[in-house]
Ligand binder design. Sequence first.
Ligand code: PLP
Length: 403
Amino acid sequence: MSWLNEIDQRLAELDARTLLRRRREVLPEGGARLRVDGESLLAFCSNDYLGLSQAPALRQAVHAAVDLYGVGSGASPMVSGHSVANAALERELAAAVGLPRALYFYAGYATNASLVPALVGEGDALFSDALNHACLIDGARLSRATVHRYRHGDLAHLAELLAASPVRRKLVMSDAVFSMDGDVADIGALHALCEQHDALLLLDDAHGFGVLGPEGRGALAAAGLTGPTASPRVLYMATLGKALGVAGAFVAGPERLVEWVLQKTRSYTYATAAPPLLAEALRASLRCVLGADGEQRRQQLADRIEQLRNGLAPGQHAAFDATGWRLMPSATPIQPLLIGHNQPALAVMASLREQGLWVPAIRPPTVALGTARLRIALSAAHQPDDVDALLRALRKAAAQVAA
Ligand SMILES: *Cc1c(COP(=O)(O)O)cnc(C)c1O
């Protein structure tokens, strides 16, 4: 069979196994509503945790920036793309997370895929949580370092692997908030192990920056490893398309590590810098996050999380309890409802969709076999009525799937 025919066949196989991914065309309708393929849906699938992607302050910042800078950045930051707006954003991001220096990247995936090979190479050792994000895994592959995968959150396992490694350059890497489970890494304990074994620590706080820690300064600040107590061995990475509501990412840390990253990370050197209009949107977003507006949005988010968890607690609804579905333990906006098998997870998603709600079902291979789930993502853009609608719809789905 020719290669091209084989591609047809493999696509057909994916389709038969309901693994063919399809995109939907969406248009924001205000709040957490999206018009999706012509239909209005209440969405619980966005990582816009503070609702900032639609905020007036960010829109105004973009309008003003377009007049000043135009649209594109024109070149890599190493050539002429390092706009005064991007430079100001880097200083403000560093200050926000309480670390000496930050670098602004155009995308999170490209950051990690290229950052890991900048830090380690052949003969070096990488220690990676089993549930780390795909871009850390791809960075590990590109680096050609030896990868030691430790069981999710199992720091005794990590300690064993570190102790057994004779290698001089060791890098431990972990998501700070795990994207499909919503749990938070024990950063203090990870750091202590890194000190004990003279390893560096890379943290990906894509889902924590803006949400966790004092004033939303992120998971590292929450762990007390910033400002005067910052560590010389920690590199902090966070993305800017989630709670910050725009796009992009940054890497922050001690001067010498960030200088090394600037010199050696190919997705920084060989990619066109993010447009200054996005840097200005992000500067406005950061002011919101750190100010009273952010505090209010985080409070709304915390209230919605509590409302959902209370509504799905055992004893609230018999038909729901009978399904065996349960919310995984999570205090973050990622609230996965563990269902188990793929078929019922898809059936619940379909039932919710019929009821006008969009909550994605996540299946293997994205998550472990037998742990298919609904990944409910909450946001400050959700109103109490929205979460009530979700609770009602889930109870109705429970009755349908049980019948
Ligand atoms: C979303 C995400 C990324 C990728 O960031 P983008 O800016 O979307 O490319 C990286 N790491 C984690 C943990 C993420 O959830």
